[in-house]
Design a protein around this ligand. Structure first.
Ligand SMILES: N[C@@H](CCC(=O)N[C@@H](CS)C(=O)NCC(=O)O)C(=O)O
Length: 99
């Protein structure tokens, strides 16, 4: 399971918090331990100025993160959809993150 994030999963003062952090926190709460990959860049600058987000465009056709790729290779874009997925799919048994 891989979670693509912007520059990290840091806290942010923006309303609603930092979407990448919110998605990561929800996955951890659901018992998952996703590999976190930073893609840096700034999506609004467009494709040419965002070579590091090429994988995001390959997966979703756009530049915005967070993007989750599950162990079943399901691609989920948008923090709210990732949070909903995590709530609906708690990790079980061997999948659960071992502290
Ligand atoms: N509604 C989206 C917003 C996500 C968002 O704002 N992502 C930021 C990173 S935290 C981003 O990629 N912004 C585009 C940019 O870098 O310009 C969500 O909740 O996932």
């Amino acid at each position: 399971m891989k979670l693509y994030v912007c520059w990290g999963t840091f806290r942010s003062p923006r309303p609603g918090g930092h979407p990448c952090r919110n998605a990561h926190e929800a996955l951890l709460e659901a018992g998952w331990d996703p590999e976190v990959e930073r893609v840096y860049g700034l999506g609004v600058l467009g494709d040419t100025l965002n070579p590091t987000r090429a994988k995001i465009r390959e997966l979703t056709g756009q530049n915005i993160v967070p993007v989750l790729v599950t162990d079943e290779d399901e691609v989920i874009q948008d923090s709210r959809k990732i949070i909903a997925w995590a709530k609906a799919n708690p990790a079980s048994g061997a999948e659960r993150a071992t502290a």
